[in-house]
Design a protein around this ligand. Structure first.
Ligand code: NAP
Length: 322
């Protein structure tokens, strides 16, 4: 019997795929950083039994309606806003993602971005490399303290909770906002629930960690930035579309807020001429929240494992509830 055909839309670590190769014929798009073009994805999807996808691939009804054999799509991310779940459900396709395994690495990055923004780490490093360091000054590249400040986490799920633990180690006061309260986190971590607007008004650092949904799209708009303190920093490690970037640009250039740290953008890769990438008080990263070698390989193995399970008619380990 021929093995099922699995197509992977980016070049991944071969060793992480070994168990999958025992049960399937696996092909990969040959580039690590260039995405698989749509036309190629459509050609591959039409003959595949499974896809291993990246968050930059749009898995939608037009693609799935011409992919009669696909049983499972495993996305190398915890977020799955690039996948049309209704279409997947209609075609009887299991969708998998990689929750939990990236939680700690992403919380590390979120806290690093917060620290870098507050203490001007990237700006200071660039400043030396540009040959500017001629002497010491009492307020030279002075930033904002992090310890004992108020952190507001919008979307306190797995990563938000891991971030709150880090913040508690820095003696921060932690507020959070979700659609539902988390009494166990309140009791165990000493975090406090706040309505969205109240959190924006009270926080010194606001970190967005919600999934991208119709509800969270453009959540951080002009009104939200107007409510923040002039000394506040906005950090986004969720998805770019949660933020109105024009409103953020206006907020960081007019002193409505002190600065921002962005791991994600509405359009990725972001253009180097994008206004937000030109500002000293905006620290920018190329969507590397979960990008430690260990975690990325664990995510690859989990995707491969999910695909192998579904292709063998067994339940996936980490399916998205459709
Ligand atoms: P999670 O455990 O599902 O947590 C998401 C949290 O967001 C939940 O606590 C949820 O609580 C809250 N939420 C959902 N809708 C909301 C809304 N409308 N208003 C306020 N809160 C809302 O997910 P996670 O593993 O922590 O990941 C969170 C997101 O981070 C992912 O979806 C992904 O987009 C992003 N992420 C980015 C990177 C990166 O590389 N930058 C890496 C990993 C993850 P309620 O349901 O109670 O509202």
């Amino acid at each position: 019997m021929t093995k099922p055909y699995v197509y992977i839309t980016r070049k991944l670590d071969e060793a992480s795929l070994t168990p999958l190769k025992e049960v399937a014929h696996v092909e990969m798009w040959p580039s690590e950083d260039e995405p698989c073009p749509r036309e190629e994805l459509e050609t591959q999807a039409a003959k595949a039994d499974a896809l291993l996808t990246m968050l930059s691939d749009q898995i939608d009804e037009p693609l799935l309606s011409k992919a009669p054999n696909i049983k499972v799509v495993a996305n190398l991310a915890v977020g799955y806003d690039n996948i049309d779940l209704e279409a997947a459900k209609k075609h009887g396709i299991t969708v998998c993602h990689t929750p939990d395994v990236l939680t700690e690495s992403t919380a590390d990055l979120a806290f690093a971005l917060l620290m870098a923004s507050a203490r001007r780490i990237v700006e200071a490093s660039d400043w030396i490399k540009d040959g500017n360091w001629t002497g010491w000054g009492p307020l030279l590249l002075a930033g904002a303290d992090v310890h004992h400040k108020t952190l507001g986490i919008v979307g306190m799920g797995s990563i938000g909770t891991a971030l709150a633990k880090r913040a508690k180690g820095f003696n921060m006061n932690v507020l959070y906002h979700n659609r539902s309260r988390k009494p166990e986190a309140e009791a165990q971590l000493g975090v406090t629930y706040a309505a969205f607007e109240e959190l924006l008004k009270q926080s010194d650092f606001i970190v967005c960690l919600t999934p991208l949904t119709p509800e969270t799209k453009d959540m951080f708009n002009e009104k939200a930035f107007d409510l923040m303190k002039n000394s506040a920093y906005f950090i986004n490690v969720s998805r770019g579309q949660t933020v109105n970037e024009d409103a953020l640009y206006e907020a960081v250039t007019t002193g409505k807020i002190a600065g921002a740290g962005l791991d994600v953008f509405r359009q990725e890769p972001v253009s180097p001429s994008h206004p937000l990438t030109t500002l000293p008080n905006v620290t920018v990263l190329p969507h590397i929240g979960s990008a430690s070698v260990e975690t990325r390989k664990t995510m690859m193995r989990l995707c491969a494992e999910n695909i192998a399970l579904v292709l063998q008619d067994e339940p996936a380990k980490t399916p998205v509830r459709l």
